[in-house]
Write a protein that binds this ligand. Structure first.
Ligand SMILES: Cc1cc2nc3c(=O)[nH]c(=O)nc-3n(C[C@H](O)[C@H](O)[C@H](O)COP(=O)(O)O)c2cc1C
Length: 302
């Protein structure tokens, strides 16, 4: 059995596998299928100050190798999460609270409510599916730095992860802007803006017209972006985008990620995360790797 533990911002995770925001709820439904305490952590659905009903349906469309979604940050609000789900989730594993806002003040207020209560805060500044739902902050280095600073100003205890958008001009510039704003860690990628059309109706399939593209098909682009981010900053990076099996997770580690998140694959296979954890163990054993964390950043370019 290899040592799968990783350390992120001074906190130990039992392994680097974390279900991604928006694909795992708060873990309760999955915990009926397997004990989610096997996970390195759980990242919550994006939390806003007030509860949100989300966008009109249809919100999800399938395409080859990917899905599109425009859920629109449906969530019960940060206070309901704290009151109803947080203690239970903390008893299971590390809690990554994904937060979203429409203004700098929103981000600061939500972070203030969660500080010291959760293990990590992940700032969603990159959701493509909500008007003013963070995306506006996630595109340019100046606004990324400003929203990171605003969030950081409310945090005394909990490390801050800034989740970068792939729908941008320069990943290295944006990664450095988040680091300069005070981020303790980066995560990427969020979804790519896309459109799928019902050719009989001549209309977009999802009600929002456009949606965020995720799933197996985005993996090579995500790996490249994680590589670019990891080489632009000193802080750790969490990689995600299209991970479906242990070997995919290892690609992200070699590209420079300390931990990984698994999103869309949770819909395809509810046991995806525990299978990836078992697969990492098997891969390490068959490759003589005693400590998985030794692989981080070990890519050798041609
Ligand atoms: C249905 C759905 C909902 C999502 N909701 C959120 C969210 O609330 N906050 C966020 O930061 N990312 C959200 N994401 C993005 C994922 O966390 C992840 O960044 C993206 O899907 C890429 O990973 P994957 O290819 O493994 O799914 C969502 C993705 C999907 C598919």
């Amino acid at each position: 059995m290899a040592d799968l533990r990783v350390t992120l911002c001074g906190k130990e995770l039992k392994n680097p596998v974390i279900p991604a925001s928006g694909t795992f709820g708060f873990g309760r439904e999955f915990n009926e299928i397997y004990d989610i305490s096997v996970l390195g952590g759980v990242c919550t659905k994006g939390l806003t100050l007030e509860r949100r009903a989300g966008n009109p349906v249809p919100r999800i469309a399938e395409s080859r190798g990917v899905i599109l979604n425009a859920v629109g940050l449906q969530n019960p609000g940060v206070e309901a999460f704290i009151a109803e789900d947080l203690e239970w989730l903390k008893s299971k594993t590390r809690v990554f609270a994904n937060v979203a806002g429409s203004t700098l003040e929103d981000y600061a207020e939500i972070c203030g409510k969660l500080d010291g209560l959760v293990d990590f805060i992940e700032l969603n500044i990159s959701c493509p599916n909500v008007k003013c739902g963070g995306m506006a902050f996630g595109i340019k280095p100046e606004t990324i730095k400003a929203v990171t600073r605003a969030a950081k100003s409310s945090l005394k205890q909990t490390p801050l992860i800034v989740k970068l958008s792939p729908n941008v001009e320069s990943i290295p510039l944006n990664a450095r802007a988040a680091e300069e704003g005070g981020a303790d860690c980066l995560s990427l990628v969020n979804t790519f803006t896309g459109m799928a059309i019902d050719i009989e109706r001549r209309k977009p399939i999802i009600a929002n017209n456009t949606g965020g593209v995720s799933g197996a098909g985005i993996k090579p682009i995500a790996v490249r972006m994680v590589y670019e981010a990891a080489h632009a900053v000193e802080i750790p990076v969490i990689g995600m985008g299209g991970i479906t099996r242990a070997e995919d997770a290892i690609e992200f580690l070699l590209a420079g990620a300390t931990a990984v998140q698994v999103g869309t694959q949770n819909f395809t296979d509810t046991l995806a995360c525990p299978k990836i954890i078992e697969g990492l163990n098997a891969w390490c054993d068959s490759h003589g790797v005693n400590k998985l964390s030794c692989l981080t950043g070990k890519l050798e370019l041609n």
